[in-house]
Design a protein around this ligand. Structure first.
Ligand SMILES: [Zn+2]
Length: 309
């Protein structure tokens, strides 16, 4: 069995974002706790005891404290159920939370060499000493089995694969510490219980749904997918910024070739949006956008939502 907890569903900045006065952020600050969301991450476990995280959001400390499954075991002076963290990209909202795990508990970081190069080139991440925190390279299209802190096998198979996306924005126009082109900058993951065969997909950053991606995820029991923007130009239209979703490497929920349309015929049992920007009107229950999304079989999860497969 696979157990999954959504630690947060929001894109960078969260909901509400500290400096934002958009309608969603205002409402989230005005007595609507259900609208408050931390930045995107999930935890998953096969045995219910050892947990792996996908990405380490800047809200990780808050997420760990809010999630009872991730609390230290009773009777232990120092302990964490977190056995490892798998990084799917090097953006701030995927790696900054690592700095909240510097208190000496052992775990492993799994990331593509391009993301590991970013960690190596930023000396602040040296607070995670190699004696406690192993950095393990993962490769595209090569399945791996994350290990438990005692070195035992987890019984979980993770397959990283390339999805259309963008490199970290803070490296735009700069030399990447790993050099070369951007293959490996944005990963999707297929996560499976090796015993039961149950599996799900995590694809929280994706610029477009290619035919190859459709073929991969068709018929899946569960997909977490990039829900950054409702429409490509929403940040510009709302006066919040100058970037389109596409320029940030994110598909829109709506429109031709948007996520909702692209997934319509893929026969996926449960479709969950993650990495939803606070500019996205679908946050608001009973909005036209939220209604359209739910009619198409999608959901926006609250922090702490638990899913079992
Ligand atoms: Zn906002």
């Amino acid at each position: 069995m696979l157990r999954i907890v959504v630690l947060g569903a929001a894109a960078g900045g969260g909901v509400p974002q500290w400096n934002c006065g958009c309608p969603v952020c205002i409402k989230a600050r005005s007595g609507n706790p259900a609208l408050v969301s931390t930045q995107a991450s999930i935890a998953f476990s096969r045995d219910g005891t050892n947990w792996f995280l996908v990405n380490a959001s800047p809200d990780l400390r808050q997420q760990l404290n809010a999630t009872r499954q991730l609390h230290p075991a009773g009777g232990r002076l120092r302990h964490s159920p977190v056995a490892g963290i798998i990084l799917t990209n090097g953006e701030v909202d995927a790696v900054a939370g690592l700095l909240s795990m510097r208190e000496g508990s052992p775990f492993s970081i799994y990331a593509h060499e391009r993301v590991l190069a970013i960690l190596r080139s930023n000396s602040i991440f040296n607070v995670l000493g190699e004696q406690n925190v192993a950095r393990r390279p993962i490769e595209i299209d090569r399945p791996f089995e994350p290990v438990l802190p005692d070195g035992l096998r987890s019984g979980i198979e993770v397959l990283p694969f390339e999805v259309p996306g963008k490199g970290a924005w803070y490296l735009e126009g700069k030399a990447h510490p790993a050099g070369g082109e951007g293959v490996g900058d944005t990963l999707g993951l297929r996560i499976a219980d090796k015993t039961s065969g149950q599996y799900f997909y995590f694809i929280a950053a994706c610029a477009r749904v290619t035919d190859e991606l459709k073929g991969r995820i068709r018929g899946a029991p569960l997909v977490f997918f990039d829900g950054t923007v409702w429409r490509d130009d929403e940040l510009i239209a709302a006066g919040l910024g100058r970037k389109t979703g596409q320029s940030m490497g994110h598909i829109s929920m709506s429109g031709d070739h948007g996520a909702i349309e692209s997934f319509a015929e893929l026969d996926i049992a449960r479709k969950v949006f993650l990495h939803i920007n606070n500019s996205n009107p679908a946050w608001l229950k009973d909005s036209d956008e939220r209604n359209a999304l739910e009619r198409a079989g999608w959901e926006i999860p609250a922090d702490g939502t638990e899913i079992m497969l």
